[in-house]
Design a protein around this ligand. Structure first.
Ligand code: GLA
Length: 693
């Protein structure tokens, strides 16, 4: 366990529970009531000051810490620890009046104004100067405050302002490029500027990818995304440096956004935090949003290198920023919270403690709703606090995954540049399809960076990795050579990090590993499906493959129903070293992909966490000599699952079988020698494994 968790976990002694606390929105008498109700709900950690810049520095260079002093003392008196935020995500109006050049500009040249939040250019020297000075004052004042348990740097870096196109940003982009490429020749080569007469003869000619008449240079665009994420990371490092200088022992985090945020590379930010925290919000229009939640939780754990992490924000019920903000159903918030816990969170926090009365987020749910304590939300909040107490012993235990799914923000950026073979290839959709297949088989995976150490896994999945470096491609090949199994999805490994095509047949980075060559891609028409040799259907994509050592596991149907390449390989397997590599050259229908990945996992010797009906989530956390099996029933049917041990939420003994009611959760402390999961079986609701496994 890292020192950061030793300190925070040791101090709280329990799973962290609480939310963003914004007392500046309320008169002083309300603060006392807040503190009392927090205790009633079991809250032990609150994030203070996220948007308090205007309170802390009402005029340029004039600081006023009165409110924060009082609130931190109040929290401390009530035994509630504070996650103190640097309020740099919302510069006050005086700042943009004084420095209008620091306001962000969009790609079409529109300047964005204050009156909202994150209205600053990430490359602005004025912003950096004022933000750093404020962080310095804050750190000096509170470094030794007894309530301070954690530093919370900024809020959701780049959520609203990641890409700025102002003159200052353009100059910073040029500096970044000079540093990266050294010479214009290198840059011209990397950007492929021989195409469309784009050759640069002077650094000053280079601009960020502003609105252009036709497709913008793809590598310019990709580099701008890297630069923009890097500028935010530089700001984070700067704040973190100040905080660490004043309070070296206090752990530090920033609330990352997982898949909710494309623009900031989470894997680049992760090593700059002492512990990982993430925000997660359900997409109301997604009927399987709970699977998206699990994916993000597994990504948070990947960013945390397997250590516990904090769910810094989620919602008790509806949010206010989706087209239709659907309220959570009874029990849904509890399931959401415990699903995060099941996947390694040691803190369950919300945006926000008390629902705002005014401002842009007054219709966003909170722990303490407009209706006060005689409400269903409040009852659920207090009951969740009690549930977390009964699960206190789970703190510090780890999820152990035998499957890694490679996830890469940069491959996401590259895949979704303009002028690709099909606009239907959306990175998150591709990853999610494969993830759902694992989830439905109760196969636990870590989402990790392609450069991660893969040696602890049995199976590595690559749903989509359009662009990859030679080093990362070699690391996957070495993993297979040593006996691992890998499965790679179509249109992966076809480009390098400059978005140059890897020549000689696709997918260039994995041709040898997969024992095949794809000559031509055949993306399908919108909603078109084609038949596979086992009678199932597939969509999105097909390609013309020539096997060179790979055996065909499934083909496109040999007649016209098989689409553009009838009879050609659709799924292949290639023995490589002591392992084997699979290629999935289309998007098989849900059941087929589920069977396929279950078969591949079986081949790799990977076990599910439990044999559960589809729709029941099963994950295991491993503690010292003990394991905790989490069963979350997302269906409207009772679920019977084999288990042995003590159920911690209800305090009952489980002997052989447990019935988990519809919508309910069970957490079973299993026998003291740990548990590795049952052998892989077909889930009850689905057909047996296909014969080719
Ligand atoms: C983000 C922000 C919060 C709040 C919530 C609303 O996560 O960090 O300040 O705006 O969204 O869902």
């Amino acid at each position: 366990m890292s020192r950061a968790w030793d300190r925070l976990g040791g101090r709280l002694g329990r799973i962290a529970y609480g939310g963003d606390y914004n007392p500046e929105q309320w008169p002083r008498p309300v603060w006392r009531e807040d503190a009392r109700l927090m205790r009633e709900a079991g809250v032990n950690l609150v994030t203070v000051g996220v948007f308090s810049w205007a309170v802390l520095e009402p005029r340029p260079g004039h600081y006023d810490f009165g409110l924060t002093d009082e609130v931190l003392d109040l929290m401390h008196d009530h035994g509630i620890a504070v996650d103190l935020a640097t309020p740099t995500a919302a510069p006050p109006p005086w700042f943009s009046r004084l420095h209008p050049e620091a306001l962000p500009v969009t790609a079409d040249g529109t300047r964005l104004w204050h009156g909202s939040r994150q209205a600053f250019c990430p490359s602005s020297p004025a912003y950096t100067e004022y933000a750093s000075a404020l962080v310095e004052e804050l750190a000096k004042r509170y470094a030794d405050h007894p309530a301070l348990a954690l530093w919370h740097v900024h809020n959701e870096w780049g959520n609203h302002n990641a890409h700025c196109f102002c003159d200052t940003s353009a100059a910073a982009f040029r500096r970044w490029l000079r540093q990266k490429y050294g010479t214009l020749d290198e840059l011209n080569h990397a950007w492929g500027t021989a195409f469309w007469s784009q050759r640069y003869g002077d650094w000053e000619e280079i601009m960020p990818p502003l609105a252009t008449p036709a497709f913008v240079n793809p590598t310019q665009h990709l580099d701008h995304q890297r630069f923009s994420s890097g500028e935010l990371l530089a700001l984070h490092r700067r704040e973190a440096g100040i905080l660490r200088r004043h309070s070296p022992g206090v752990p530090l985090t920033t609330n990352l956004m997982g898949t909710l945020e494309k623009k900031t590379d989470g894997f680049a930010f992760a090593p700059e935090c002492d512990l990982i925290s993430v925000d997660h919000y359900l997409t109301a229009a997604d009927p399987r949003a709970h699977i998206g939640l699990s994916l993000d939780a597994d990504l948070a754990r990947g960013m945390a290198s397997g250590e516990p992490w904090i769910l810094m924000e989620h919602s008790t019920s509806a949010v206010n920023w989706q087209p239709r903000n659907v309220a959570k159903t009874p029990g849904q918030m509890r399931r959401n919270s415990l699903a995060h816990l099941a996947r390694g969170a040691d803190g369950i926090m919300f945006f926000q403690w008390r629902q705002s009365r005014a401002g842009a987020e007054k219709w966003h749910s909170a722990m303490l709703p407009h209706g006060g304590t005689d409400t269903e939300i409040w009852r659920e909040v207090t009951s969740l606090g009690a549930a977390l107490d009964s699960l206190a012993e789970v703190r510090g235990s780890r999820v152990r995954a035998e499957v890694a799914v490679l996830f890469d923000w940069q491959a996401w950026w590259a895949l979704e540049l303009e002028a690709r073979p099909s606009q239907d290839l959306r990175y998150l959709d591709l990853v999610r399809r494969w993830y759902e297949a694992l989830w439905s088989n109760a196969l636990t995976c870590d989402l990790v960076h392609p450069g991660a150490d893969l040696s602890s896994y049995r199976l590595v999945l690559v749903p989509s990795l359009y662009a990859t470096t030679d080093a990362d491609a070699s690391s996957l090949a070495a993993f297979v050579e040593r006996g691992g199994q890998a499965a790679i999805g179509f249109f992966s490994g076809v480009a390098d990090e400059h978005d140059h095509v890897r020549l000689g047949g696709h997918p260039g980075a994995y041709r040898e590993l997969l024992g095949l060559r794809a000559e031509e891609f055949h993306p399908l028409r919108e909603d078109e499906t084609i038949a596979l040799s086992d009678g199932s259907r597939a969509g999105l994509w097909s390609e013309r493959i020539r096997a060179d050592g790979a055996e065909t596991v499934l083909s496109f149907a040999a007649d016209a129903s098989g689409g553009p390449v009838p009879g050609g390989p659709a799924v292949t397997r290639h023995p490589y070293g002591r392992g084997s590599a699979w290629y999935i050259a289309t998007a098989p229908e849900e059941g087929t992909l589920r069977d396929l990945l279950r078969g591949i996992a079986g081949n790799a010797g990977v076990s599910p966490a439990a044999n559960v009906p589809i729709g029941v989530e099963a994950v295991r956390r491993h503690g010292c000599g003990t394991t905790y099996l989490f069963l979350i029933n997302h269906t409207d049917q009772p679920a019977r699952v084999a288990a042995e041990g003590r159920e911690l939420l209800h305090g009952t003994q489980v002997t052989g079988l447990i019935d988990v009611p519809p919508g309910d959760v069970a957490v079973i402390r299993e026998d003291p020698h740990g548990h590795d999961g049952p052998p892989l079986q077909a889930p009850a609701a689905h057909a047996a494994r296909p014969s080719w496994t």
